[in-house]
Design a protein around this ligand. Structure first.
Ligand SMILES: CC(C)(COP(=O)(O)OP(=O)(O)OC[C@H]1O[C@@H](n2cnc3c(N)ncnc32)[C@H](O)[C@@H]1OP(=O)(O)O)[C@@H](O)C(=O)NCCC(=O)NCCS
Length: 178
């Protein structure tokens, strides 16, 4: 079951059907969708509703995803895991009006802390399309390091793009300065 996590400014909670409107509004933006692998563009309310309806309650840690709520604003974005082989891959996005205030860095710390306590996985995998310096900056500060380059389909751009693959080990996470 997806827990609810609290940080100084944020609530990370299970996604719910009522999130469909802000999800559709924020994802129907190439500056957001074009940095993500599996989000179509244009992105419709029906896409958000279909995705939310497909969410289950009985999830393994590597399948859990959180709606991110900012106090006094409500839903601002999303962070979650998906299983790839026997690894967990973290992904995230934030509606553009909320960029540049450290929100994703704050959400990621909570989501990573939770994942390493809820699972015995040795690492979390992630990565960015080669042009996504903001996301790479977040990952580097969290302790992710580059493991290689790959080619990944960006659905919104309908193109295979160079992807910087990254990984955060449990050891690096535990050893980091809080
Ligand atoms: C990437 C994203 C989640 C960042 O969210 P955010 O809350 O604005 O991020 P934060 O404020 O926590 O941190 C952004 C970091 O990027 C840095 N940054 C921002 N723009 C940058 C740029 N153009 N070049 C280099 N660094 C940049 C900031 O200085 C900050 O780093 P710092 O904390 O070390 O100073 C948000 O821009 C987004 O949703 N983008 C579209 C979707 C996306 O890219 N998702 C990730 C896919 S891998």
């Amino acid at each position: 079951m997806t827990p609810t996590l609290l940080t100084d400014r944020l609530i990370l909670r299970p996604p719910q059907l009522g999130d469909s409107k802000p999800i559709a509004r924020y994802l129907n933006d190439m500056d957001v969708a074009g940095n993500l692998a599996r989000v179509p563009f244009p992105y419709y309310l029906s896409d958000a509703e279909a995705w939310l309806r497909a969410q289950r309650a009985d999830l393994a840690p590597s399948e859990v995803s959180f709606a991110i709520e900012l106090a006094d604003v409500g839903y601002v974005g999303h962070i979650g895991y998906q299983p790839v082989g026997d690894t967990a891959v973290i992904g995230y996005w934030l509606g553009k009006p909320h960029w540049g205030r450290g929100i994703m860095s704050e959400a990621a710390v909570a989501a990573i802390d939770w994942f390493f306590s809820a699972s015995d996985a040795p690492a979390i995998h992630s990565g960015v399309f080669h042009f996504n310096q903001a996301s790479l900056a977040i990952q580097r500060r969290l302790g992710f390091t580059e493991t290689g380059r790959s080619s990944l389909l960006c659905l919104a751009r309908n193109a295979e793009l160079e992807h910087i693959d990254t990984k955060l080990t449990r050891g690096v996470w535990k050893a980091r300065d809080k």
